[in-house]
Structures are given as C-alpha cells and as structure tokens.
Design a protein around this ligand. Structure first.
Ligand SMILES: [Zn+2]
Ligand SMILES: [Zn+2]
Length: 243
C-alpha cells in the first residue's frame, strides 16, 4: 500500500521558516494536502519534533522526527530518526557542533520552539543555520549509530547541496539514498553525474511556508506508518526509484 509522504519540511524554529509554520498549522495543512506521513526537518535541531508528532496525531496523520543537518562543507543532509529519544540525542550532538553565533531575529527570523497547541515554549538563541563542525563523511555513520538514516538533501540544487559544494558523489560517503527536488530533470542531471547511477531517491518539498506545502504526489510502499518502516525502506532502497 502506498502512503503519500513529505520528509522535508521546516517549522518556525528554522530562522528561514515562516512564523505561520507552527506544528499545529503544518500538521493540518499536510493532512489537507493529502499526506499520510511527514517529517519535520528543521535546520540543525529536532526541538519542534515532539510538538509536530502530537499535532499530526490529532490531525489523523503521522509525523516522524527528523533534522536537516548542515555539515562543515555547508552541505545539507536530511536525517530521519526512529524516535524522539534518538532525535534528542542527535539534537544534543549537533548543538555542541554548532558555532556560538547568536541569531538576529530581525535579520534571519525567529526561532520558536512550540508545543502542539502553538504556544511558544522558548526562542532558540543560537543561530541554527550555521554550518556545524560535523564532516560530510561522518554523517551516515553518525545516523546509523542512532538507528536513523541520512540522505543528502536536494542534491540537484545549486547551493547547500552535496553536488553543488563537492562537485561529485563519492561512495565512501556511505549514503543509501539521495533527495532530489520536484524540478530535477533526471536525464540532464544524470548525464552530468553518472556516479549516482542506480542510487535510490526520494522527492520532498522543503517547504518553508504553508502555501509551499504542495498537494501530495509521491507515495512509498511502507510496511507500516512508522519511522522504523521509513528508515527500513531507505536502507533497502525501496523508494521512488533509482537514478
Ligand atoms: Zn536545505
Ligand atoms: Zn530544507
């Protein structure tokens, strides 16, 4: 059975995420747009994951914990986690590897930690979009050690992507799958990056505001509507297809 998914969404905790991207709003918008399973992947944090998991449950869909990690090479990597314990662990590790640069809400936007009823619990002071000191070659193993899985994000984008920043994919990076954008022309992209041939891929929205959450289009055959089933599907390469 296929489930409509979007594993790359930003809440108001990401400085670039719109203030209306509250856990409650996101869960309900995703349900309206036809998704059965979503992941909240804020920049370098999982602190709004507890709220979206609850809000999604109330909206009749499933949310799984995630993060979009920025490596020291400024490459974005989507990290999917099996549960909130692993999410908290990754959050703590990444926070330690984030430089001590303060967010300026006037310039970058607010970084709100919220509950599932859209109450502001805290405002994160450290700028979450900085590059961490975690290297790209260490991310896949780090996620595996937490029972999760890492997927290089929007690899066809001209910035903050593995291909844009490194120029090529190296098997030694150890990823099982990649994320491409809805706009990716696979034929042209693959003619330039044959090293990615046969790589399993997913497509997500990377929405930063409510109207950018598109109607559900892509579905996965999951054994179950759980984070574990998603992580298993990625590990086995049972995704939208292969590049
Ligand atoms: Zn990104
Ligand atoms: Zn993103």
């Amino acid at each position: 059975m296929g489930y409509y998914f979007d594993f790359h969404l930003h809440s108001c905790l990401s400085p670039c995420g719109d203030n209306d991207m509250t856990p409650y709003n996101m869960a309900n918008m995703a349900a309206l747009a036809g998704y059965q399973i979503i992941a909240l992947s804020d920049h370098n944090t999982t602190k709004n994951c507890p709220a979206i998991i609850k809000a999604a449950e109330a909206a009749g869909i499933v949310a799984i914990p995630a993060m979009e990690l920025t490596t020291m090479e400024e490459v974005h990597v989507l990290c999917l986690l099996p549960d909130l314990t692993a999410a908290r662990e990754l959050d703590a590790i990444v926070y330690e590897h984030l430089p001590d640069i303060s967010n300026d809400p006037e310039i970058f936007g607010h970084q709100w930690v919220m509950d599932d009823a859209d109450n502001i619990l805290a405002e994160e002071a450290k700028l979450l979009t900085s590059a961490t000191s975690i290297g790209l070659y260490d991310v896949a193993a780090l996620l595996r050690s937490l029972g999760g899985i890492a997927i290089p994000a929007h690899i066809d984008r001209p910035s903050f992507s593995l291909i844009a920043n490194l120029g090529f994919y190296d098997e030694a990076m150890g990823f099982e799958a990649v994320e491409i954008t809805r706009q990716c022309d696979k034929k042209i992209f693959m003619s330039e990056h044959p090293e990615l041939k046969q790589m399993p891929y997913i497509i997500d929205s990377d929405a930063h505001d409510l109207i950018a959450i598109p109607d559900a289009r892509y579905s996965l055959a999951l054994s179950d509507l759980t984070a574990e089933a998603v992580i298993n599907a990625v590990a086995k390469g049972e995704l939208l297809g292969r590049l």
